[in-house]
Design a protein around this ligand. Structure first.
Ligand code: ACO
Length: 319
C-alpha cells in the first residue's frame, strides 16, 4: 500500500503587517494584553486587491518548485479555506486555472482552523486508494475580511496567509495516520452566522466568538487527539521530533506541549508573527521549519488543529 509523502512545502504571507501598536490605535487594547493572553505581536493582512486564491497561488508555486514537479502533474488539488473568493466555483478550481492544470480533481474543504488537517487526511485517502499520484494540499485564508475592526475580542487574533504541501504516492513512509472529529452542537461557539440570499448578505457577516469557551474546548480536544494518535500508533511522546500545532494562542500551544511532555524547543511556533491564520496556520508553520532546516527527513511530525464547527484533528507524519 502506498504512503503519502510530503515532497515540497511553500508558504506566503501578504506584505502588509499589522502590529499590536497599530491595533492600540484602532480599539481599546494594549500590546501587553495581546502578548500576555495570546502571544501575538504581529499579523499579516491581504491588500484590497489580494484574494485567497492569490495567496494560495504564491504558496502553491513555491511548494511545486520545492517538489520539483509541474502543476500539470497534479491529480488532486484541495484548498482548505473559510474565506473562498467566490461562493462557487471553489477556490481550488480558481487555483487550478491559475496553475494551468486541466483535469485534476479540485475542491475546497471547509473545516475552519482544522481545514488543512482535514484536507491532508482526505488527500492521503485518495493516494492510499491508488486514485491519485500527486496532490497539492493548501490552507489559504483572507480571514481579516471576516473581522469587525471595532471588536477587540476578535480583531486582534487573526491574520491572512497561505501554506501548501505537495504529496506524492510512495512506498516509503509518509503520512502514518490521520484522525478527524467534529461536534456540530458547538456551532455557535465560533461562527460567522450570515448567509447570502437574493443577492444580499443576510445576518451578521462578522466573526462571533465565545473566547473563553473556545480556549477551554481547544485545550481539552487537543489533549484527547494527541493521546488518540499516540495510542493508535503505539508510540510515546519521545517519538515526536516536532509538534506543529494550529497557531491560535501560545497558551493553547503550551498546554498541548505540556500534556505531551514535549519541551517547547520541539514545538514550531509562528503565532507571534503570523497570528491565527485559520486553515493556513499549520502548513505555514510546517513550511517555516522545513525551510529553516529544523525539520529534516525521517523526523516524526505531529500536526494538530481545532477550529469552528467545532472540528479537530491530527496527522502523524514521517517526513
Ligand atoms: N484587549 C484588551 N482587553 C480585552 C481584549 C483586547 N483585545 N479582548 C478582550 N478583552 C477583555 C475582555 O473584555 C474581558 O474584560 P472584562 O473582564 O472587563 O469583561 C477581559 O479582557 C478578559 O477576557 P477573557 O475572555 O477572560 O480573557 P482570556 O484570558 O480568556 O483571553 C482570549 C481571551 C485571548 C480570546 C482567549 O480566550 C483565547 O485565546 N481564546 C481562544 C480563542 C481562539 O483561539 N480563537 C480562534 C479560533 S478557534 C481556534 O483557532 C482554536
Amino acid at each position: 500500500m502506498s504512503y503519502s509523502r510530503i515532497i515540497g512545502t511553500g508558504g506566503y504571507l501578504p506584505e502588509k503587517i499589522l502590529s499590536n501598536e497599530d491595533l492600540e490605535r484602532m480599539v481599546d487594547t494594549s500590546d501587553q494584553w495581546i502578548l500576555e493572553r495570546t502571544g501575538i505581536r504581529t499579523r499579516h493582512l491581504a491588500s484590497e486587491n489580494q484574494g485567497t486564491c492569490d495567496l494560495a497561488e504564491k504558496a502553491a508555486v513555491l511548494a511545486l518548485t520545492a517538489a520539483g514537479i509541474a502543476a500539470s502533474e497534479l491529480d488532486l488539488i484541495i484548498v482548505a479555506t473559510t474565506t473562498p473568493d467566490r461562493i462557487f466555483p471553489s477556490t481550488a478550481c480558481l487555483l487550478q486555472a491559475r496553475l494551468g492544470n486541466h483535469g485534476a480533481i479540485a475542491f475546497d474543504v471547509q473545516a475552519v482552523c482544522s481545514g488543512f488537517i482535514y484536507a491532508l487526511s482526505i488527500a492521503d485517502k485518495f493516494i492510499k486508494t491508488g486514485t491519485v499520484r500527486h496532490a497539492l494540499v493548501i490552507g489559504a485564508e483572507t480571514f481579516s475580511r471576516l473581522l469587525d475592526w471595532t471588536d477587540r475580542n476578535t480583531c486582534v487574533l487573526f491574520g491572512d496567509g497561505a501554506g501548501a504541501v505537495v504529496l506524492k504516492a510512495s512506498e516509503e513512509p509518509g503520512i502514518l495516520s490521520t484522525h478527524l472529529h467534529a461536534d456540530g452542537s458547538y456551532k455557535d461557539m465560533l461562527t460567522v452566522p450570515a448567509t447570502v440570499e437574493q443577492g444580499r448578505l443576510k445576518g451578521d457577516g462578522f466573526v462571533k466568538m465565545h473566547g473563553h469557551d473556545v480556549f477551554k474546548f481547544a485545550v481539552k480536544s487537543l489533549d484527547r487527539i494527541v493521546k488518540e494518535i499516540l495510542a493508535t500508533n503505539q508510540l510515546d511522546e519521545n517519538a515526536i521530533d516536532w509538534l506543529i500545532p494550529h497557531q491560535a494562542n501560545i497558551r493553547i500551544i503550551k498546554a498541548t506541549a505540556k500534556r505531551l511532555k514535549l519541551p517547547m524547543e520541539k514545538v514550531v511556533v509562528t503565532v507571534s508573527e503570523h497570528g491565527n491564520t485559520s486553515a493556513a496556520s499549520v502548513p505555514l508553520a510546517l513550511d517555516v521549519a522545513v525551510r529553516d532546516g529544523r525539520i529534516q527527513r525521517d523526523h516524526t511530525l505531529l500536526l494538530e488543529a481545532v477550529g469552528g464547527g467545532f472540528t479537530w484533528g491530527a496527522v502523524l507524519v514521517k517526513y
